[in-house]
Ligand binder design. Structure first.
Ligand code: ADP
Ligand code: ZN
Ligand code: ZN
Length: 734
């Protein structure tokens, strides 16, 4: 019987490919989890060995041979592979692309799985022998030899850098004379764990949370840690992490992209003396590869990463923490559209370890799961010490004379806080100067030619910009429809608020934080520094301000535009708005000074706003869940969305209509099909987008149906004229 290699190849085909073993590789050297190069069409590809079987559906004589095995030892364990295969089935996504997503880019490209930390310099002979062969005047050579003598386990490049820049020249010299040598060493010796525990005691709720999670450390369990901002969730994580580390296990901590700031990293480093690997999109590919390999080998007991880190294999898995679990950035929005939260849960289940989901504003899905008893719900409703939660006030702006969008009451409050030398945070979730340029004479509005969207006015270079296709142009002198010169900026953006406040409060130091102001590397950190040292009086920002940061001296938060989120076609918008408002409010008054939150609105009686203010986020969540239950929306049903786009609007619309007809031929027992409908933003970057939604109360039924449907798509008329994608559990209907 020949051995048949089952290989996942990163191509958009829902297939596993069969190969014969590479020439002259003994069978016992082939282990699932290894990377393997294979011929594929005219090219070679890096594939992933999933299994070795002795049968194939294809004529075995026609099978091609794999080219080479890239890894001596597999990089993925059997449970890692199990997870990837599960994910490929659950998301109905090609297994090859799923496997590729689990690796850092350089390893996907077939680079060797060696880490800069793996290569170590060691002495090649007893120290006396070596000393006797180096002249006394060669001080630097002696220094290097002495250092290596102190470290019989060898020193990595990073550690050698301590000797100064020219150590490489000296090392090269000694290597050439065979007095030292390099060895590959992937076993790491950890320093003894030291933990800098703060001297306060946990409060009762924290204590309860820590004890409950402790008791569950032995196996799979899902904890939902719901704690208001500043209630000490991170402190709870730290205590649990400490026990997991002490047991010699690793911890994976997943965070939304934006929260992974050097501040958080240094908080972890200040607490634990062991190596911590970081993994996020702001790093170079080389750095990411090193973090990934370090974690695989167990060099880094802690991994702090964003969404894509969820697949990183752990040598000794002990615990997964997902902080700010409600954050939409945990959902990949293109290609392989996975939810890092759901993958983390599945992973913990396969590994039989606990997972903690933390948030001040859990997603309605998670609250529902906790209510159903699937998650263990732990609550931290109080802030430790003297800090009190902020008081919230609704400011009805309907009959108020607004100064460029700011009500007099808000301006008065800002002045008062400035006089008291306290900080103010103004939140407006729109960057740029104003979202609309309108002709006061004829009503013409500057729109993007390629997208269904208004152009946003940006003041720095007097430009109009489309936030979707990123096209830019100069602000026109006069109306393009009637040539009137009476063009006006309509609505508020962060830049406009900044300019306005600079005019009203010329002495105040104002900082704006949004994607435009923080584009330069380091600018966000320096802005955050100015805020924490108290140099800044007023902070203006978008949702970047709502996440993770601590602003203990902020005592007034103004939310300038809450209304856009109250009336939207996407049923999740109110949930997001509520989360955002609570998160922003949570920035206020963390220290001894109580905070105030002022929400400007034209709809003070909106029921969800009302329940949020009167009964807090838990009350809001209860009402919002009741509403979803009544209309059968998630989490009371499951969804799958097929999107299609093309250069002609008829192509995606017709293609989706054909899918609908195919889907309807069968009795689909309880599956609702909605659409095709134009996407909320139909035209984007010159392409027309349509969507078809499948919804069902039973997940299994929905998935079975999708699985049957997908192979038929390629035969439908119009298949070649569109680009289509499938989104399981979509979080965004755009
Ligand atoms: P969260 O993660 O919920 O926002 P943190 O864990 O960051 O909250 O805690 C907020 C602040 O309160 C931190 O400075 C933390 O050191 C402090 N803190 C946490 N728990 C306690 C406690 N039991 N007593 C006093 N201070 C605490
Ligand atoms: Zn006009
Ligand atoms: Zn555009």
């Amino acid at each position: 019987m020949p051995a048949i290699l089952k290989v996942a190849v990163p191509v958009p085909l829902r297939l596993v490919f069969d190969y014969l073993p590479p020439p002259s590789v003994p069978l016992q050297n082939l282990i699932p989890g290894q990377r393997i190069t294979v011929p594929f069409g005219p090219r070679t590809r890096t594939g992933y060995l999933l299994a070795i079987l002795d049968d194939t559906d294809i004529d075995a004589t026609k099978l091609k041979q794999a080219i080479a095995v890239l890894d001596d030892k597999p990089l993925q364990s059997p449970s890692d592979l199990k997870l990837l295969i599960w994910a490929s089935r659950y998301y109905h996504h090609p297994i090859g692309e799923v496997c590729a997503a689990a690796f850092p880019v350089l390893l996907r490209k077939g680079r060797p799985a060696t880490n800069s930390v793996d290569k170590r310099l060691v002495l090649a002979a007893p120290i006396e022998t070596i000393r006797s062969q180096i002249t006394a005047r060669a001080h630097r050579q002696h220094a290097l030899i002495d250092l290596l003598a102190d470290h019989p386990e060898g020193l990595s490049e990073q550690q050698m850098n301590r000797l100064g820049r020219d150590w490489r020249t000296i090392a090269r010299l000694l290597l050439k004379r065979r007095l030292i040598e390099t060895k590959i060493c992937i076993e790491a010796k950890q320093p003894d764990l030291r933990v800098a525990t703060p001297d306060f005691d946990l409060n009762r709720e924290q204590q309860h949370a820590v004890e409950t999670i402790h008791a569950g450390l032995g196996g799979f369990q899902i904890f939902l840690l719901e704690g208001i901002t500043g209630s000490g969730k991170t402190e709870v994580y730290f205590r649990i992490i400490q026990s997991v580390l002490a047991a010699g296990r690793q911890v994976m901590v997943l965070l939304p992209e934006i929260t992974l700031t050097p501040q958080l990293e240094s908080r972890f480093k200040a607490r634990f003396n062991i190596p911590i690997a970081i993994f996020h999109s702001g790093m170079t590919e080389e750095m990411r590869k090193n973090s990934w390999l370090g974690t695989v080998r167990g060099h880094n007991p802690i991994l702090l990463g964003t969404r894509s880190a969820v697949f990183t294999p752990l040598k000794a898995p002990g615990l997964i923490i997902l902080d700010e679990e409600h954050d939409v950035s945990f959902k990949q929005q293109d290609g392989f559209r996975f939810s890092a939260r759901d993958i983390a849960i599945k992973r913990a289940q396969i590994l039989n370890i606990p997972v903690i989901l933390g948030s001040a504003t859990p997603s309605l899905e998670s609250i529902h799961n906790a209510n159903q008893g699937r998650y263990r719900h732990l609550k931290l409703p109080l802030r430790p010490g003297v800090a009190r939660p902020p008081s919230i006030r609704v400011l009805d702006i309907r009959k108020q004379p607004l100064t460029e969008g700011l009500a007099p009451g808000l301006i008065r409050s800002i002045k008062q806080k400035l006089d008291q030398h306290e900080q103010i945070l103004l939140f407006i979730n729109r960057r740029g100067f104003a979202p609309t340029l309108i002709c006061h004479h004829c009503g013409w509005v500057a729109r993007c030619r390629r997208c269904d969207s208004n152009l946003v006015i940006h003041s720095e270079r007097k430009q109009l910009r489309c936030h979707h296709c990123l096209s830019e142009r100069r602000i026109p002198e006069c109306c393009e429809a009637c040539a009137s010169g009476n063009l006006r900026a309509l609505g508020l953006g962060t830049q406009r608020v900044e300019q306005l406040l600079a005019k009203i409060f010329p002495e105040a130091s104002i900082v704006r934080i949004d994607r435009d102001s923080t584009r330069r590397k380091g600018s966000l950190d320096s802005a955050l520094d100015d805020i924490s040292t108290g140099k800044t009086n007023i902070l203006i920002g978008t949702q970047m301000l709502a996440k993770g940061h601590h602003f203990p001296n902020v005592t007034l938060v103004g939310i300038l535009d809450s209304d856009s989120g109250l009336f939207s076609t996407d049923f999740r918008t109110t949930e997001r708005l509520a989360q955002l408002m609570v998160q922003v409010s949570g920035r206020a008054g963390r220290a001894e000074k109580p905070g105030t939150v002022i929400i400007q609105t034209r709809h003070p009686d909106h029921p969800l706003l009302d329940s949020l203010i009167k009964r807090g986020y838990p009350g809001f969540a209860l009402d919002a869940l009741a509403e979803r239950k009544m209309i059968g929306l998630p989490p009371f049903s499951y969804q799958a969305l097929i999107r299609a786009e093309g250069t002609d609007p008829d192509h995606p619309a017709n293609f989706l209509q054909n899918i609908r007809q195919t889907a309807e031929i069968r009795d689909h027992s309880g599956i609702e099909i909605l659409g095709p409908v134009p996407a909320p933003m139909t035209k984007r970057i010159g392409r027309y987008r349509y969507q078809l939604l499948f919804q069902c109360r039973h997940r299994g039924v929905l998935h079975g149906h999708i699985e049957e449907l997908l192979p038929k798509l390629a035969e439908l008329p119009g298949f070649r004229r569109v680009k289509w994608s499938l989104d399981i559990d979509p979080v965004d209907l755009f």
